[in-house]
Design a protein around this ligand. Structure first.
Ligand SMILES: Cc1cc2nc3c(=O)[nH]c(=O)nc-3n(C[C@H](O)[C@H](O)[C@H](O)COP(=O)(O)OP(=O)(O)OC[C@H]3O[C@@H](n4cnc5c(N)ncnc54)[C@H](O)[C@@H]3O)c2cc1C
Length: 559
């Protein structure tokens, strides 16, 4: 692969460098040439921020695959695909061993509880999180994501078949529409912009893997890093792929509430170790979760997030509080070294002080609709990790199931692709046009981008957040349509920039969330609409996926 030209041909194009993308790259490199494009530095991804760990049943002595499956199905509120859940859960241990073979290390019991050394200190220390009926979360201290990301990036960099192109952002997928091909809608690669020079490359690939992660930046408050703009979902939509269940956005209940802490998450594992959520009453701090769920502070995330939202709205307070002061400083430092240190930076000693927390947008349960192999409705296009929607999470993701899905489905997708016949054998690739800016000129008013960027995120937070109503959704719908039209006009008239592309993507994803939310006339899982109070009889029945798809001919720059 010659990457010094504007036109690159490769076997496997992987868009995104989180756990899903890097796993796919390492597996695909066993079969051909691999190009990973990632829009910022390789380490800029949601994966890096994961603290809690990876849910996986490594031994059936005190736990079982079936229990993990059942916990996932219960959290998913009637919308998980049971066969997909079972397949992913059972594939977990083999993928954990693959991660270990690449160099990932998981915390052992003796590292957290020194007194266990003589017993089974070599056993994994397993964390517990909300909705899990057993301790089954493998972790690397409380920086699982950072460790996994560092190890996989190192393995990719040293692999001669993998080329990692940082600061390159996919603009749009190239498909058979671009060459007016009469056969199936198939993906042929992607146009990719160098975010520093703004040059646009034409990347032609046999198989393209979207591994672009989530879309937290659609909301004003999020614990996602800046790269999480839903780019893969928006590009797939424009390429006419089916998109599913976008109304199910998970809000993490406990983000550190401090003016200088940028979206720092207090892992659910802290509640797994016994932390209690409290609200201020006069001079006292009192537990409140008992009133909302039998599992109290360990209830599933959506219930905790809604409960906090309700308590804050009811009392007018700015934040709730997490109390783990019954644990010793030694234990907390050993179990949560990163969280402990981060809190201390802001003057909070977890062993003595309560931690101020608020909910924020965290995880996109919907995404590009796929089967368990990451196969989308567009040929030769796979969606893996958070940008895909396999049916594992249903209406609500069980904590720590997303890293599991990323590592399992990325591998399945590669194995599926390598078993396909060469997709390029009958397609005239020379007909694929390079990017053509047409009459576009430099933007005259950059303010349009910054203004709309803020407006989209605020309207999503205010109208399409944790608790929704029909009226709020209607307002959001009207506003987002106007903004989308304005951006489309801007997009065609001015030369593209990464900022404009991200705005276009978050607006498109916001519209998908609103449309799916408005079409769902029930409250289920993460989607809570006050106009449709939860109906136990309805919830006992399996739910229906929302599926949206843009008709083929609409968004074609080369028409
Ligand atoms: C604070 C936090 C804590 C979490 N804790 C846990 C946990 O403990 N356990 C768990 O299972 N899950 C956790 N999650 C969720 C989990 O981290 C993610 O779902 C998972 O890492 C997603 O992996 P991914 O590879 O799909 O995407 P990501 O890791 O987000 O990677 C996406 C990549 O795509 C790139 N990209 C995006 N758009 C483009 C584009 N247009 N062109 C080129 N590149 C692009 C990004 O730059 C990035 O490199 C947590 C998430 C957060 C934010």
């Amino acid at each position: 692969m010659d990457i010094n030209t504007k036109r690159i041909t490769v076997d496997y194009l992987i868009i995104g460098s989180g756990l899903a993308g890097l796993t796919a790259a390492l597996e695909a490199a066993k079969h051909g040439s691999v190009l990973v494009v990632t829009k910022a530095r390789a380490e800029d991804c949601n994966t890096r921020y994961a603290q809690g760990g990876i849910a996986c049943v490594m031994s059936e002595d005190n736990d079982s695959f079936e229990q993990h499956v059942q916990d996932t199905l219960v959290a998913g509120a009637g919308l998980c695909k049971p066969d997909v859940v079972r397949t992913i859960v059972q594939a977990g241990p083999e993928r954990i061993r693959a991660l270990q073979a690449w160099g990932v290390e998981f915390t052992r019991e003796r590292e957290v509880n020194p007194e266990s050394a003589g017993m089974d200190g070599e056993a994994y220390h397993l964390g517990r999180e909300g909705g899990h009926s057993a301790r089954r979360i493998l972790h690397s201290g409380d920086i699982t994501g950072r460790h996994v990301s560092d190890v996989l990036i190192a393995r990719c960099r040293e692999n001669p078949r993998i080329r990692l192109l940082e600061h390159h952002m996919a603009v749009d997928l190239i498909s058979t529409r671009h060459i007016e091909w009469q056969g199936d809608n198939a993906c042929l690669g992607a146009y990719v912009i160098n975010t520093e020079t703004h040059d646009i490359l034409t990347i032609i690939a046999k198989f393209t893997f979207l591994a672009t992660g989530g879309a937290g930046k659609v909301y004003l408050c999020t614990c996602n890093p800046d790269v999480a703009c839903g780019g893969g979902i928006a590009m797939a939509y424009r390429a006419s792929a089916e998109i599913s269940n976008m109304e199910f956005y998970q809000f993490h209940p406990t983000i550190l509430f401090h003016p200088h802490a940028k979206s720092f998450l207090i892992s659910e594992a802290v509640r797994g170790e016994g932390a209690i959520l409290k609200i201020r009453r006069g001079n006292q701090y009192v537990p409140f979760m008992d009133a909302y769920h039998p599992l109290a502070s360990l209830a599933p995330r959506d219930i905790v997030a809604r409960a906090i939202d309700n308590e804050l709205k009811r009392t007018g307070q700015e934040c709730a509080w997490l109390d783990i002061t019954h644990k010793s400083e030694e234990f907390l430092k050993a179990r949560f070294p990163n969280i402990f240190a981060e809190c201390l930076k802001f003057g909070i000693n977890m062993a003595h002080d309560l931690i101020p927390v608020v909910p924020a947008a965290h995880y996109c349960c919907g995404g590009v609709r796929t089967d368990v192999n990451g196969v989308t409705s567009v040929k030769n296009l796979y969606a893996i990790g958070e940008c895909g929607c396999t049916g594992l999470h249903g209406a609500n993701r069980l904590a720590s199931n997303s890293l599991l899905e990323a590592v399992v489905v990325a591998n399945f997708a590669v194995q599926h692709a390598v078993a396909q016949p060469d997709p390029h054998s009958e397609i005239p690739l020379s007909m694929i046009p390079d990017w053509e800016p047409g009459d576009a000129v430099n933007s005259d008013e950059q303010i349009v981008i910054t203004h709309n960027w803020d407006e989209v995120r605020r309207l999503m937070w205010d109208y399409v957040g944790i608790v929704r109503t029909n009226k709020r959704l209607e307002r959001a719908k009207n506003r987002i349509r106007l903004i989308r039209k304005e951006i489309e006009k801007y997009y065609w008239n001015f030369l593209i920039t990464p900022d404009l592309l991200e705005l276009r993507n978050i607006t498109s994803v916001a519209e998908m969330i609103i449309d799916c939310a408005a079409a769902r006339h029930e409250s289920r899982g993460l989607h809570y609409n006050l106009d449709y109070p939860p109906d136990p009889e309805n919830l006992a029945k399996p739910g229906k996926d929302s599926i949206i798809r843009q008709p083929l001919k609409s968004e074609l720059r080369f028409e």
